[in-house]
Design a binder for this molecule. Structure first.
Ligand code: SAM
Length: 245
């Protein structure tokens, strides 16, 4: 958007306000976040994440950075793959989400380092990681291009970035999907978290997120190469993958 405004769902807000409003959403939902993911997606988010891991090329010894990692689903799966010779770093801008993720991994026997940071300013050196992932986080970021450029910067040459995000659904399914998103999800959010507004934001932010081709173009514009995407569940979600050479 031009001037200093951006979108927070369907609202136009000042850029400086967006991060605070996003923080309020995740502070509010953190304790029920995992349950809500299973309820809203009927467990499908587990398959989308499993597909992401399968496309990651991560293996024993890899160094992986999980951006906006929240409660740590991807970090946990990667920690199991990289073994003692590799490393996974869980990051998130939100302390409530990050603490849950860190504690959950610790409870399962994977004490991965957890770093609170904004994806637009990643506190790691250039050329550090074999793989960087961001699952359902990019949509919430104010300057998506800055964040993607930062993710590319910390990749080693030959490394890959995986972006798992809600996307633009196959057109014939759109009316049903809209009904579900705007009528069912906020009600479930109200029942489970007493917070319908955060789940209304979820539905709105998905509609405002760039479609598959646009996001591919943004990734290319920050220097990622061989960018491709996979539509999952008829485009409800897309996994984009790009490389740094
Ligand atoms: N990756 C996890 C998953 O797939 O279950 C959590 C996704 S959750 C929907 C989105 C996460 O993005 C939240 O934990 C939120 O705090 C984080 N986030 C939002 N804006 C961010 C930013 N600018 N930098 C880093 N994390 C951010």
């Amino acid at each position: 958007m031009s001037d200093n405004t951006t979108h927070f769902g369907f609202q136009k807000v000042n850029e400086s306000e967006k991060a605070r409003k996003v923080a309020e959403v995740f502070d509010s939902v953190a304790s029920r976040y995992d349950l809500m993911n299973d309820l809203m997606s009927a467990g499908l988010h587990r398959l989308w994440k499993a597909f992401t891991i399968a496309q990651s090329g991560v293996r024993e010894g890899s160094r992986v950075l999980d951006i906006a990692g929240g409660t740590g689903d991807l970090s946990l799966a990667f920690a199991k793959k990289v073994g003692k010779s590799g490393q996974v770093v869980l990051t998130d801008i939100n302390n409530a989400m990050l603490s849950r993720g860190r504690d959950r991994l610790l409870d399962k026997g994977y004490p991965v380092p957890a770093t609170q940071c904004n994806a637009e300013f990643i506190p790691f050196k250039d050329d550090t990681f074999d793989c960087v992932t961001v699952a359902f986080g990019l949509r919430n970021m104010t300057h998506k291009d800055h964040a993607l450029a930062e993710m590319r910067r910390v990749l080693k040459p030959g490394g890959r970035l995986l972006v798992l995000e809600f996307s633009h659904v196959w057109k014939p399914l759109a009316p049903l999907y809209d009904f579900y998103s705007f009528n069912v999800i906020p009600k479930v959010g109200q029942l489970v978290t007493q917070d319908a507004a955060s789940y209304q934001y979820l539905a709105e932010s998905i509609r405002m997120h760039p479609d598959q081709e646009t996001l591919k173009g943004i990734m290319e514009s920050v220097g990622l190469e061989k960018v491709e995407y996979f539509n999952l569940s008829l485009g409800i979600v897309a996994l984009h993958r790009g490389y740094k050479f």
